[in-house]
Design a protein around this ligand. Structure first.
Ligand code: SF4
Length: 141
């Protein structure tokens, strides 16, 4: 996206937006705050429709993203404990797209209901110290 190698159609595809139905304002729900930020008045919403607003949102995002610096090949992972806002762990490694995609798929499979949760392994046992399920989890106790 920084290199302008992506177009709006690819974003629609990635989010599963059907271009045929998107123009129907009833099918996409945009907040009043967002519509107002685009200077679209409530009475104008049926003139512009959600499709116009979504396209504006994507183009605004593209414009902002191109202002970002070039990506580093080194990726840094920071764990922030939500209860205190404190950084509890940090690790860095060289970005490997294949490894990254494999880990993302594994994580998403859980969030999309495609696999059961599994307890953390030995290497990640420190995470149990910050887990809200610790008292009821056989591993964390
Ligand atoms: S306590 Fe259980 S649920 Fe929580 S991080 Fe550890 S293994 Fe996972």
């Amino acid at each position: 996206m920084i290199n302008k190698n992506m177009n709006t159609k690819e974003v629609y595809t990635a989010f599963g937006i059907d271009l045929e139905t998107m123009i129907d304002p009833e099918t996409v729900s945009l907040s009043n705050e967002y519509m107002t930020s685009l200077n679209i008045l409530p009475e104008e919403r049926f003139i512009y429709g959600s499709g116009y607003a979504v396209e504006r949102c994507i183009n605004d995002a593209f414009r902002e993203i191109t202002k970002l610096p070039k990506l580093s090949s080194r990726i840094e992972l920071r764990y922030i404990y939500q209860e205190t806002g404190e950084e509890v762990y940090r690790e860095g490694y060289v970005f490997d797209p294949e490894f990254f995609n494999q880990k993302m798929k594994w994580a998403l499979d859980y969030w999309l209901g495609r696999r059961e949760p599994i307890p953390v392994g030995e290497r990640n046992r420190w995470k149990c110290n910050f887990c809200g399920y610790r008292d009821m989890c056989p591993v964390g106790r």
